[in-house]
Design a protein. Structure first.
Length: 190
């Protein structure tokens, strides 16, 4: 039993996600999907007034929590409700794109491809894209234990294939921990 679980100390999922995304002052950040509103607001704070934070969601109901989290954090954000496959955003307008992995999994293959194609269009050449998925860690995770498993989970592998299929190269699985999955890709510079 000791080999299945190991005790670890955690700062929390928001801090982990902040470290993985790695937004810097002045960067332009896009979030595709509702994701975690608190994370979005903290990323907007990190980008600062010299940066830009924008989220694209599918409904007005999804926009509310993002705007409320930004107001609680005291930051300015743009939240756009996109009614259709094309987003009202400029080409190559963002340095970093964060894609809600939970929303990506809910869609069918055509919806996933369309969403990633739009992300690719609005992220600048050489820009980073991260798919972030979160699940409830369960009782063991809340107590500070993580299960040990070999290799990436099926969702992480699916995200990696989706990024590569959308033309993000190189792409890699960054981490699967604390109930979160992080998969990163770069828009080719050429």
């Amino acid at each position: 039993m000791a080999g299945l679980f190991r005790f670890r100390r955690s700062r929390g999922p928001i801090d982990l996600a902040m470290d993985m995304v790695g937004v810097r002052l002045g960067e332009r950040v896009l979030q595709a999907g509702a994701g975690n509103p608190t994370l979005f607001a903290k990323l907007a704070r990190k980008a600062g007034l010299s940066g830009r934070a924008c989220a694209v969601v599918d409904s007005v109901e999804a926009a509310g929590p993002l705007e409320a989290a930004a107001a609680a954090e005291g930051v300015l954000v743009e939240v756009t409700v996109a009614h259709g496959p094309l987003w009202p955003l400029e080409d190559a307008a963002f340095d970093v794109g964060i894609v809600d992995g939970n929303a990506l999994l809910r869609g069918n293959a055509a919806e996933r491809a369309g969403r990633l194609a739009e992300v690719r269009r609005v992220v600048r050449p050489g820009g980073r894209v991260l798919i972030v998925r979160s699940v409830s860690p369960g009782l063991a995770g809340r107590l500070g234990f993580s299960s040990s498993h070999a290799g990436p989970g099926p969702e992480a592998s699916a995200f990696l294939q989706a990024l590569e299929g959308a033309g993000f190269q190189p792409a890699r699985i960054l981490a699967e921990r604390e109930g979160m999955t992080f998969v990163e890709g770069f828009r080719p510079a050429g």
